[in-house]
Write a protein that binds this ligand. Structure first.
Ligand code: NAG
Length: 190
């Protein structure tokens, strides 16, 4: 009886030990995927978590070199700016619809400014991708910094008048983090 129990107990223990080790290896493997290129690039950025989740969500970043990661980061800024522009257009057209019913001129003007600022930011960001492909990293820096200033101006417009708050704060903040990360990764190339 006793030996019988022992003979099932020890193999079971062994199995548990093997599974635990296997789990460790799988976890290490998963961490290894990130550690290699994405994690080491993201360690040079100010917003590590945003950086990792941005890059990991794009399949082409798995085998990308640093230049590839910089391009993917820039494209993430572009995608976010496009989303913000579309959202701001919606807000703007809703504001126009409301204008006939005592809608707000100041908020409408701020939104118009944001539309202009984000269009300019997008022009700069799209050119920055071409610049990065050509290795013109100084120009990437200038253009992306300009795009961040545009977004800041959009945000600040609303704050200039007491009683107003920006409906785009969250989007502007995240945009700024994405751009900051893209700049940091681009800097690794120069
Ligand atoms: C614009 O108005 C529509 C209809 O009221 C609403 O469904 C939509 O969420 C509004 N868009 C924004 C960005 O607020």
């Amino acid at each position: 009886m006793n030996t019988g129990r022992a003979s099932t107990f020890f193999p079971a223990l062994l199995l548990v030990a093997v599974l635990v080790r296997l789990g460790d290896s799988v976890r290490l493997l998963a961490e290894g995927d990130v550690t290699d290129s994405i994690s080491s690039a993201c360690q040079q950025t100010e917003y590590f978590d945003v950086c990792v989740s941005t890059l990991q969500s794009r399949p082409d970043s798995q085998n990308a070199d640093v230049k590839g990661l910089a391009l993917i980061s820039l494209n993430a800024c572009i995608a976010h700016a496009e989303g913000t522009l579309a959202y701001a257009r919606q807000l703007r057209s809703n504001a126009t619809a409301a204008a006939g019913h005592g809608g707000d001129d100041y908020a409408t003007r701020c939104l118009d400014d944001c539309l202009t600022q984000y269009s300019d930011a997008l022009d700069d960001l799209r050119e920055s991708v071409a610049d990065a492909q050509d290795g013109a990293y100084g120009s990437v820096n200038a253009r992306v910094s300009g795009a961040m200033t545009d977004s800041d101006s959009c945000e600040d417009g609303f704050a200039e008048q007491p009683g107003y708050s920006s409906p785009l704060t969250e989007r502007n903040d995240f945009f700024s983090k994405l751009c900051s990360n893209a700049l940091a990764i681009t800097r690794l190339l120069s």
